[in-house]
Every structure is written in structure tokens, then in C-alpha cells.
Design a protein around this ligand. Sequence first.
Ligand SMILES: [Zn+2]
Length: 212
Amino acid sequence: MAHSRHFAEPKLVGTLLCLDFANTVSWRGKDDPQEHLKGYVGLLHWSRRLGILDDTEYGTLSREAERSPGKAEEVRGRAVALREAIYGVLSAVIDGRELEVEDLNALNEELSETLKNTRIVPSEEGFSQEFTTGTSLDRLLWPIAKSASDLLLSDRLDRVRRCAADECRWLFLDTSRNRSRRWCDMRDCGNRMKARRHYNRKRGTGQKTGMR
Ligand SMILES: [Zn+2]
């Protein structure tokens, strides 16, 4: 079966930064999920792809990471922890179950770092928020933590969904009018699950595919 999108450059289906970041693991429901944040280099690559860093910032942080590989690896660890915290909190919301305190704590820790590095500055229309500049290796985590907290405080929270394909479980924002989107991508998981359902129906095995 061709799952090429999940390899080198998986599709971006989340709509929001924090959701696309939560999806930097493919096939969460399989025995061997695929990790895309491989090393700080992988994190940098994704940060540029998701628009967190421009080319100049990418270059600056690449050089900085070469100078401090230990610190870079530590930031990658924090990135993975932040990602899992975001995924955990949103999954609990989707399932309507109690939050894991550890997930919320991990998110709040990064949020506190983010606020430490946030400034209010004058702008044409009054004021705006921006992050401090510099070569701090963890600066790419700030927009992600902010995106997650913005989502949790917004009325779009009840539009967050998890792909109904059990092996996929990517998160996305359902912007459909009747709020009925079930798949991260109709042409991908949607088609695959439909084909499987059809096949099982023909074999008379009914709903054993994990379909909801
Ligand atoms: Zn999917």
C-alpha cells in the first residue's frame, strides 16, 4: 500500500500550527509510528516548513546548534514533550475524558517560557505582540506553545478532530459547514477506510475494521 505522504514530507492537514506540529508523528495507531522530528536538524526542517522560521533564522539556528549540540538535543527533547502534551490535552478534549495533569503541566511550562520571551510593541493600529529576537535555540517552540494556548482558549476548540482511521490519528480542524469531516484527508485515509469497509462487507466481516 502506498503511504508515501507520511514519509519524507507528510501533508499538512491540521490547518493550525499546533495541530500540524502535533502531526509530526505519522501512524500513531500502528506498532511502529513514524517520528519526523529526528534530531534538532529535523526540528529545524519542520519549523521552516510550518513557517515558524524564515531562511535567515533557519541559518542562524543551524549554526548555533552546531556550536551547542548538547543544548540543541535538549531542545529537541522539549519539542517532543511539548508535542505529546498538545496531542494528549487535545485528545482528552476530543474524547471528553479527564486531562492528564502531566500533559497540562508540560504545556504550561513551555507557555511560561514563551511568555517570558513575548513583548508588546507599538504598531500602526495600536500594539502588537512579538517574540524577542536572538539566537536562542528554543525560540521555535514559542509560536507552537502560543498556537496551542490560543486554540485552547478559542471557540474553535470544539472543531478539533482526530482522523477516524485508527492507524492514523492525526489531528485537524474541522472547518466543514456541517462539522462532519472524519478523515485527515478524504483522498487518503478516507479512501483507504472506504475500500476496507467495502472489502470487509464483501467478505461478510462487517464492522471489524475499527470504523466508528
Ligand atoms: Zn488520517
